[in-house]
Design a protein around this ligand. Structure first.
Ligand code: CAA
Length: 387
């Protein structure tokens, strides 16, 4: 049993189950995800067979109750698994994080029994994949500024607009779409609708050609007079923005764990390389210039891990975790960017070519400072929560 202590009197041990989940994720990442990770990045496609296996392993609905076909696991198990997956393949980690945190979790917490019954069992097993659609061409950080409309037509909403940079946009069957119903009420006039692909007027737009997480599927989505039954709304009328914020609070823990995984994956590679590569008559690990980078990496990664685990434990205990999730995401994503850049530096010329993996990790790290709230937004969330 591994023991971890955090600040504010929180202390916890990993249970046997949590350790087993971490081991299973590590094994899956090493045996199933590592072969082909470079090609998937190059080809910008995540293998369907691998996604199916992730579903069979229970990685796509980890926190969903067993009643709805999920793993019924806690957030700590979830972050341990994401870290292991992201160490090897950050694209797999974001597919997993969005399906778990932004789709399944929000649906289970805020959905009606009928909505849960209809979608959760298939989402939890990966039979279908979900997407979370908040961002728009003109609404990124300023998320209340929604241009997509969902006009109340009595028994249905008429949805028009465009969503941008939607993770799982192409592979998803069901989308949680945030849209404005009443413009006068501002953010309190926003709704979240569960919209299925295939409805007339719902089109998948272009696939983004991204810097990193290239095997994960990112699209724009277009809605042109899409009729969505009222029964597809989450919560009461006008609850959509609070739904989005509440869901993103938890999502940020998943992305923090992804960033932590990217950082620790790059660190492990840099450490192994530094022990084996010789320069000036000795392994480069014995040069202080390299040692200091590695010790700094190890320290920042440990600090990030403690922040991620603290946020996960608070969430599991039903305590407020908004500030702590933002701190975890802020620090872990900055750690991922810095660590991967230094890992490339330690590898020298080898770090700049694909076979050594760290250049991909450096490209993958960047998005963790941007999506699910930029570092600047995390600072705003933290500052607003200061005593
Ligand atoms: N948790 C719960 N509720 C929150 C909240 C939070 N973290 N932040 C705000 N709210 C609530 C407020 O209480 C308020 O509700 P009431 O009026 O009902 O009391 C309401 O939301 C509006 O809040 P603000 O007045 O604070 O709104 P604002 O416009 O000043 O700022 C913001 C809000 C924090 C900047 C918000 O817009 C934000 O988080 N922006 C970032 C958006 C984001 O994270 N986008 C990520 C896209 S999704 C993605 O990346 C997924 C993917 O594909 C990987």
């Amino acid at each position: 049993m591994a023991s971890v202590n955090t600040s504010e009197g929180l202390s916890f041990d990993f249970s046997e189950e949590q350790v087993a989940v971490r081991e299973a994720a590590r094994d899956f990442a090493q045996t199933q995800l590592l072969p082909g990770v470079i090609e998937r990045d190059e080809n910008q496609v995540f293998d369907k067979g691998l996604l199916k296996k992730m579903g069979e392993m229970g990685f796509l609905g980890m926190m969903v109750s067993p009643e709805y076909g999920g793993g019924g696991m806690d957030t700590v198990s979830y972050v341990l698994a994401i870290e292991e997956i992201a160490k090897v393949d950050a694209s797999a980690a974001v597919i997993m994080s969005v399906n778990n945190s932004l789709v399944c979790w929000g649906l289970e917490k805020y959905g009606t029994p009928e909505q849960k019954e209809q979608y959760l069992p298939r989402l939890a097993t990966g039979e279908i994949i979900g997407a979370f659609c908040l961002s728009e061409p003109e609404a990124g950080s300023d998320a209340t500024s929604q241009h997509t409309s969902a006009i109340d037509k009595g028994d249905h909403y008429l949805v028009n607009g465009t969503k941008n940079w939607i993770t799982n946009g192409g592979i998803s069957s069901v989308c949680m779409v945030i849209a404005q119903t009443d413009y006068e009420k501002k953010h309190r006039g926003i709704n979240c609708l569960i919209i299925e692909k295939g409805l007339p007027g719902f089109e998948v737009g272009k696939k983004e050609n991204k810097m990193g997480i290239r095997a994960s599927d990112t699209h724009s989505l277009m809605f042109n007079d899409v009729r969505v039954p009222k029964s597809c709304r989450i919560g009461e009328d006008g609850f959509g923005f609070r739904f989005a914020m509440g869901t993103l609070n938890g999502g940020r823990i998943g992305i923090a764990a992804q960033a932590l995984g990217i950082a620790s994956g790059a660190f492990e590679r840099a450490l192994a390389y530094a022990r084996e590569r010789k320069a000036f008559g000795k392994p480069i690990f014995e040069h202080q210039a390299v040692q200091f980078k590695l010790s700094e990496m190890a320290t920042r990664i440990d600090a990030a891990r403690l922040l991620v685990l603290r946020a996960a434990v608070l969430k599991d205990q039903g305590r407020d975790f908004v500030k702590e999730a933002a701190m975890a995401k802020l620090f872990a994503s900055e750690t991922a960017m810095w660590t991967t850049t230094e890992a490339v530096q330690i590898h020298g010329g080898y770090g700049y070519v694909k076979e050594y993996h760290v250049e991909r990790m450096m490209r993958d790290a960047k998005i963790t400072q941007i999506y699910e709230g930029t570092s600047e937004i995390q600072n705003i969330v933290i500052a607003r929560a200061l005593p």
